[in-house]
Design a protein around this ligand. Structure first.
Ligand code: ZN
Length: 331
């Protein structure tokens, strides 16, 4: 494992991974490192492996047209920007519009800490965040795509859980609806429903109300901050990928400052590298010089004379004939 790997950061990024996921992650990282001819696993291998395990491999070869690119950029920017306004949501770690696995793009969050239970507030804000993509499409492009279908499915599922599983709806009350078998199978089979048509209609109504309220809240946040949304999506179109730090800088309108700092850091690194290379070259020159001196020393027969110094007084090798003799020996 390389020294640049921060296990604490890795642990945060992989919270929720099972043991098998972690084993898979390390295996992928090892393969990537080997494929790139390296002997140790570095942070960048782990980052890439993490994305492979979580989303799938990058498909840079897949051609996307400009409209599709813009759509994805606006969509992902919507998720990222709205989540920044929601206190319970995790910080943005990376946003990308490079197709990967099944995803056209993604917004990746890294949890501040492991969350073992969810609050009503957190669930609501998760729904708002999930709707960010669709809402951004609607506001910026005045059109909506099918790309958000998974977001909507997940948002609806959270709302359903809130109502039927966690008793978080005032209208429905703190009652659990549906057998645990449904939950266990992860599917709603309908036939195992243990409540009346009337309640079912109320539940559907509540789910719809929650999701629509969240949609409105999302719409309000994003339309009030459309400049930020545009800034982020334009940057995405240009760069295809944004790190969490870049995102924060764009969000706060400090991109110029951020880029200046980045440039300065890169210049410092380049300077440092240059100095290191100079030091290395200097060291090599010194070694070369020493080697030459040594060679000359031996060629002149002084080397062997020096060895003799230990045995005899140093004046000894200075005699004319002995030096001549050594010269011959060396040649
Ligand atoms: Zn989405």
């Amino acid at each position: 494992l390389g020294e640049d790997v921060d296990l604490e950061v890795l642990a945060k990024a992989t919270s929720g991974f099972t043991g098998a996921d972690l084993a898979n992650l390390m295996n992928e990282a090892a393969l990537l490192a080997a494929r790139r001819g390296e002997k140790i696993i570095r942070d960048k291998h782990l980052q890439d492996a993490m994305m492979r395990v979580a989303v799938g491999t990058e498909k840079k070869s897949r051609k996307i047209n400009d409209h599709e690119k813009k759509l994805t950029a606006v969509h992902e920017a919507g998720h990222a920007v709205v989540s920044r306004f929601l206190p319970t949501q995790d910080p943005v770690h990376e946003v990308s519009i490079i197709p990967r696995g099944m995803a056209g793009g993604y917004t990746m969050h890294v949890p501040k800490e492991d969350v073992w239970y969810s609050s009503k507030n957190r669930m609501i804000e998760s729904i708002v965040s999930l709707l960010g993509g669709r809402v951004a499409e609607k506001i910026v492009l005045d059109d909506i795509s099918t790309g958000a279908s998974n977001d909507i499915e997940r948002a609806t599922q959270i709302a359903r859980d809130m109502v039927t599983k966690y008793g978080m709806s005032d209208v429905i009350g703190p009652v659990k609806y549906g057998s645990s078998q449904e939950v266990f199978l992860g599917k709603d089979f309908g036939h195992s429903r243990d409540y009346s048509e009337n309640v079912a209609a109320q539940i559907d109504e509540e789910i719809k109300r929650i999701v629509c309220d969240c949609f409105e809240r999302c719409e309000k946040i994003l339309s009030e901050n459309i400049e930020i949304l545009n800034r982020v999506s334009e940057y995405l179109i240009e760069h295809e990928k944004i790190t969490g730090e870049e995102f924060d800088a764009i969000f706060e309108g400090k991109l110029d400052e951020y880029e200046r700092l980045t440039r300065e850091r890169e210049m410092r690194q380049a300077e440092e590298e240059k100095r290191m290379l100079e030091r290395k070259a200097e060291e090599e020159r010194r070694l070369e010089e020493e080697r030459k001196k040594r060679e000359e020393f031996y060629r002149n027969g002084q080397g062997i004379g020096v060895i003799r110094v230990d045995v005899k007084p140093p004046e000894e090798p200075k005699e004319e004939e002995k030096t001549e003799e050594n010269k011959e020996e060396n040649e």
